[in-house]
Design a binder for this molecule. Structure first.
Ligand code: AMP
Length: 208
């Protein structure tokens, strides 16, 4: 199964992908996670993109496309994949067409108020990337990762100013991909307002 997960930041793409990868036995490829991993390891790529991520802007297409092309060439992606957060521009979608075919594009639909509520309450464990929400998915002990015991942090780009920018960037650059993929007959709309397990179930049913 070759899937793209589309939708605004905060729609739960990463949360659903982390579950769906086991359902379909395919890797979850998140461009945001790949960038954050490079930033953490202080690679050349990480240094180049650090300020861009903190501001909630988009990394240039050439850089992002090259990284995804490289990742999709790995053995584990040969039978399928979930691309989470890629493509985010029409140029990236055009490039993806030259790299791989797709089975479906899942569009996670969520209104703006819910998006802001979800993003502003999100907390992450820096070393594992595991995510929580202070209201909807709290850790067992406030502020602490359930498994590693490390303190949870708020991503720089989940702070108010960056959230506003990310939503503008989404509307301007990424939302046009909805009609791009609808016209190709690939789009499946999923209501992302329910709990992660319910959203996963409606997606699996819709893809059957
Ligand atoms: P995410 O974890 O998907 O919200 O991505 C976090 C950040 O990584 C975004 O706000 C961008 O700065 C960058 N990023 C992730 N995916 C892409 C992409 N496909 N194109 C450009 N920038 C991206």
């Amino acid at each position: 199964m070759k899937l793209v997960f589309l939708g605004p930041p905060g729609a739960g793409k990463g949360t659903i992908a982390a579950k769906a990868k086991d359902v379909y036995s395919i890797p979850h490829i998140s461009t945001g996670d790949l960038f954050r991993d490079n930033i953490k390891r202080e690679t050349e790529l990480g240094k180049k993109v650090k300020a861009i991520l903190a501001a909630g802007d988009l990394v240039p297409d050439e850089v992002t496309i090259a990284m995804v092309k490289d990742r999709l060439a790995s053995d584990d992606a040969s039978n399928g994949f979930i691309l989470d957060g890629f493509p985010r521009t029409i140029a990236q979608a055009d490039a993806l067409e030259t790299i791989s075919s797709l089975d479906k594009v899942v569009n996670f639909v969520l209104d703006k108020e819910d998006i802001i509520r979800r993003l502003s309450g999100r907390r992450v464990c820096k070393s594992t990337g595991r995510t929580y929400h202070i209201l909807y998915n709290p850790p067992k002990v406030e502020g602490i990762d359930d498994e590693t015991g490390e303190p949870l942090i708020q991503r720089d780009d989940d702070k108010e100013e960056a959230i506003r920018n990310r939503l503008e960037v989404y509307e301007a650059s990424t939302a046009p991909l909805i009609s791009y993929y609808r016209e190709k007959g690939l789009l499946v709309d999923i209501d992302a307002s329910a709990s992660p397990d319910e959203v996963l179930k409606s997606m699996v049913d819709a893809l059957r």
